[in-house]
Design a protein around this ligand. Structure first.
Ligand code: FES
Length: 207
């Protein structure tokens, strides 16, 4: 399943929920958007049991050529939503300066492959890949832009992800803010690039 929730260039404008609001606010769960069945998702239901087990663990190929700056695409891998976001230079700049407010700013807890234990939690700075499941009780957070005026977020919100269930917040690298219910950063799944515009989620060999 390949759910693309595009947002315009630079800091994206408009939202599925509130198109007249400044910034963006995106429902990021697989079930929350317009689903487009892609060839990357195995037809698990039609397979024999051993094939089905294999398909459920299969890596998923994602085309990111159509992902605009600031856009976020949701794909399904092992039954979980995985986000692929193309961060703008402004979004990358917003990752700095609030480390003291984060629970694990240096990603010391094993919530990512070794290659993503860096300042951007990614292989390439501009492309962020994360499992879109809150590490508290498993809700699907929403992407909220800086300046969106979201009632659950303060004036200084620099963009990131908000879990409406119990109020956990994550920055644009999926790092959880302190004193929130979620205990750890969002998970970065194993992944690697097959080419400049194709990602393979679920396999990190030769990253
Ligand atoms: S499930 Fe996200 S804050 Fe509780």
């Amino acid at each position: 399943m390949d759910t693309t929730l595009p947002a315009p260039a630079a800091l994206p404008q408009g939202t599925a929920d509130a198109p007249d609001r400044r910034g963006w606010l995106l429902a990021t769960g697989v079930a929350g958007g317009v689903a487009v069945l892609g060839s990357a998702v195995p037809l698990v239901g039609s397979l024999a049991p051993s094939e089905r087990a294999k398909a459920l663990g299969a890596a998923v190929e994602v085309d990111i050529a159509d992902l605009p700056p600031g856009g976020l695409k949701t794909v399904e891998w092992r039954g979980k939503p995985v986000w692929v976001m193309r961060r703008t230079p402004e979004m990358l700049a917003a990752l700095r300066g609030h480390e003291a407010a984060l629970a694990d700013p240096d990603s010391r807890r094993p919530q990512q492959p070794d290659f993503a234990r860096n300042a951007t939690r990614s292989l390439r700075d501009e492309v962020f890949v994360a499992v879109g499941i809150c590490t508290h009780l498993g809700c699907s957070p929403t992407a909220v832009a800086a300046g969106s005026g979201h009632p659950g977020l303060g004036e200084g919100w620099a963009g990131g992800f908000f879990c409406p269930c119990h109020g956990s917040t994550f920055d644009l690298a999926g790092r959880v803010f302190r004193n929130k219910p979620a205990p750890t950063n969002l998970e970065v799944p194993p992944h690697r690039y097959l080419s400049a515009t194709r990602l393979l989620i679920g396999d990190e060999q030769d990253s």
